[in-house]
Design a protein around this ligand. Structure first.
Ligand code: CTP
Ligand code: MG
Length: 224
């Protein structure tokens, strides 16, 4: 099968602050975007990597990927979902694709094991996501907790998310709900199965400025 990856890197990183969008800030000696681009581009089963960036981000993206072979930069949108959808449209118009991995640039530390597991899982379902079980206690409430939420069978869902290309493209075309936080839920809304593969703490998203100094990088060094 022809398999491509789409990295969404068109956000402004407003919660992380800083002088440039977080995907261009350095982590472990390289721009954040570089890490997942390199992991996806190096994987033997991935044929092409596309990167969706914002209108004013071309120079930043070119600099971040300066030593990478043939990055294809696409125009992102105003929201994450729009960036993905615009990307899928360009990919569909460019080449015939069977499978796509959709990934956040804000999750730089992606292992080949996760990619392997996701692509294996696509033999059994049109979608697959890396996920980790919730370990904290969960409850719903505002100032006072009002309701316990059992954490059994609850998952923290990460990216990359792998899909049969036509299935996720159709799901995007049909989506009428509010801005979703990921792509898998749009496939689920179509009644399609999304399989769970083991996620990784190293894949946690950089969201706040503290993430640049914190656990995310430590856990990657210790190899989990
Ligand atoms: N993203 C995107 N296009 C957008 C918004 C987000 O491609 N219009 C990407 C981000 O670049 C990031 C991923 O989606 O790789 C996850 O989004 P998030 O962590 O929310 O990043 P930002 O939107 O950039 O950050 P913030 O919400 O704090 O502004
Ligand atoms: Mg955002």
């Amino acid at each position: 099968p022809t398999t491509v990856a789409l990295i969404v890197a068109a956000g402004s990183g407003s919660r992380a602050g800083g002088t440039q969008p977080k995907q261009f800030r350095h982590v472990r000696g390289k721009p954040m975007l570089w890490h997942s681009y390199a992991a996806l581009a190096a994987h033997p089963l991935i044929d092409q990597v596309y990167v969706a960036i914002g209108a004013e981000q071309e120079a930043g993206a070119m600099a971040a990927l300066a030593d990478c072979k043939e990055p294809i930069l696409l125009q992102g949108g105003a929201t994450r979902r729009e960036s993905v959808y615009l990307g899928l449209q360009v990919i569909a118009a460019t080449q015939k694709v069977d499978q796509v991995l959709i990934h956040d640039a804000a999750r730089p530390f992606l292992s080949s094991k996760v990619i392997d597991d996701l692509l294996d899982a696509l033999s059994f379902a049109p979608g697959a996501v890396p996920a980790l079980p919730v370990v904290d206690s969960l409850a719903r409430g505002t100032d006072i907790l009002s309701e316990t939420v059992e954490r059994e069978n609850l998952w923290r869902i990460q990216t990359p998310q792998a899909f049969a290309f036509q299935a996720i493209y159709t799901a995007h075309q049909s989506w009428t709900g509010a801005e979703p936080t990921d792509d898998a839920r749009m496939l689920m809304a179509q009644g399609s199965d999304v399989r769970i593969v083991p996620g990784a703490e190293a894949l946690n998203k950089f969201t706040f400025s503290s993430d640049f100094a914190g656990n995310n990088m430590t856990s990657f060094r210790s190899g989990n």
